[in-house]
Design a protein around this ligand. Structure first.
Ligand SMILES: *Cc1c(COP(=O)(O)O)cnc(C)c1O
Length: 415
């Protein structure tokens, strides 16, 4: 069966919960053992004191280690990415920081794509560096050979431990090649040390892009965005192989960054409509991009659907990696910050807020909001200028979204 058919039932047995058709919120900190022997056995497995027997499950112990809402959610999330294992977190940032802390140690080097989400960028550049973990950033459009040279020239090539990318890049929708990033990780791997590839798939996942299939070792999500999808919860997820996820879950237990039962329950509810929501958002986005492409007050539109064969490598990456054009559109208005702000202030249906992937459409001004702390030079280089607007397309009727954009573009002219 397809994942969307399993989102209502997979991993949940009504008989274990008084016949309730929906998984209840297991709002409990601890679980009662049937016997002392059972408690001992659960701990032996949880703490890795002995191997799990064939068919033996990790029994419920304590909600920092495991909880039914989280386990069922994790099992369901594995279906979209066809991952062996998943761990859910109380935020996207806690998923990302837990993976970085588990797979990097003092002296190591991390290779990142640029630009990254502001929080990830800050964690890598301002926090990991305090622990003597070094970073190198590469940019969209750099070839594999150029990136390998960048690492070699740093003098830290043998210290490379992790390649960390985000594709499409926010807010420009520039694409990074997942397969090529994996080849770079393999190039620097040795028999003693495997270099892993982590991909932040928040922008297109888990429906529209599956990084594990292109060689990634980890997929990371801010589940606050499309997965949660209703702007009412902060959460995160990490997926990968059993072997690697054992380490991620191990550190999660000791950082205490697991999601709460209530967060797990909210996301279970969100997953039931994930496919229909994201289908509607991708459909609406193509309609809205087509409208913006022909509007005289719009100078440039940044949308995956606008890539053509003439765009060369970017077009090829899209064809290989992306299953739709996504639900995120950025565009430049003709003018400056003044015109961009007039547009934003005139919107009626679309809300002026950061974040993305929710049922309601959102608009924001990257240069002064989400990307305000990016260096001025880098902003210019990345085309994040004062005339850029970022849209997250929701599930409203696309004609209503277009008429709201249209009247707000008209408002730019008003003195
Ligand atoms: C929002 C976001 C994050 C951080 O997630 P939180 O849930 O806010 O902690 C990480 N990466 C991307 C691409 C995001 O959009």
């Amino acid at each position: 069966m397809k994942p969307e058919s399993l989102m209502m039932s997979y991993g949940y047995k009504p008989a274990l919960s008084e016949g309730a058709i929906k998984c209840p919120i297991f709002q409990t900190s601890t679980f009662v053992f049937k016997s002392a022997e059972e408690g001992k056995a659960f701990f032996e497995v949880a703490y890795g004191l002995r191997k799990q027997n064939e068919g033996e499950e990790l029994g419920l112990i304590y909600s920092r280690i495991n909880n039914p809402d989280l386990e069922i959610l994790e099992n369901r999330l594995t279906l979209w990415d066809e991952a062996e294992e998943c761990a859910v977190f109380e935020s996207g940032m806690s998923a990302i920081s837990t993976v970085l802390l588990e797979f990097l140690k003092p002296g190591d080097l991390i290779l990142i794509s640029s630009p990254l989400y502001g929080g990830s960028d800050h964690f890598i550049k301002k926090i990991l560096t305090k622990f003597n973990i070094n970073f190198i950033a590469f940019k969209v459009g750099q070839t594999q050979a150029e990136i390998i040279k960048l690492v070699n020239d740093s003098g830290l090539a043998e210290k490379l431990a992790l390649v960390y990318i985000e594709t499409p890049a926010n807010p420009t929708n520039d694409l990074i090649d997942i397969r090529s990033s994996k080849e770079i990780a393999q190039h620097f791997s040795t028999p003693e040390k495997e270099v892993f590839l982590a991909v932040d798939n928040t922008y297109l996942g888990p429906i529209w892009q599956h990084p594990l299939k292109h060689g990634a070792d980890f997929v990371l999500y801010s589940a606050t965005k499309y997965i949660g999808g209703h702007s009412d919860v902060i959460a995160g997820a990490c997926l990968g192989s059993k072997l690697l996820m054992k380490r991620v879950k191990g550190l999660r237990t000791f950082l205490g960054s697991m999601a709460s039962p209530n967060t797990g329950w909210l996301l279970l509810r969100s997953l039931e409509t994930l496919k229909v929501r994201m289908d509607a958002q991708a459909f609406n986005a193509t309609k809205i991009a087509a409208f913006l492409n022909h509007h005289p007050r719009v100078e440039k539109v940044y949308f995956l659907g606008n890539l053509t064969e003439e765009d060369g490598e970017q077009f090829k990456i899209r064809e290989r990696q992306c299953l739709t054009y996504g639900g995120m559109i950025s565009f430049d208005v003709r003018g400056t910050e003044k015109e961009a702000f007039k547009f934003l202030n005139a919107l009626k249906l679309i809300k002026l807020a950061v974040s993305l992937g929710s049922t309601e459409s959102l608009a924001e001004h990257p240069a002064t909001m989400t990307h305000s702390d990016v260096d001025e030079d880098l902003k210019q280089e990345l085309s994040i200028t004062e005339k850029m607007i970022r849209l997250s397309i929701g599930v409203e009727n696309y004609e209503d979204i277009i008429s709201d954009i249209n009247q707000a573009l008209d408002a730019i002219e008003v003195k």
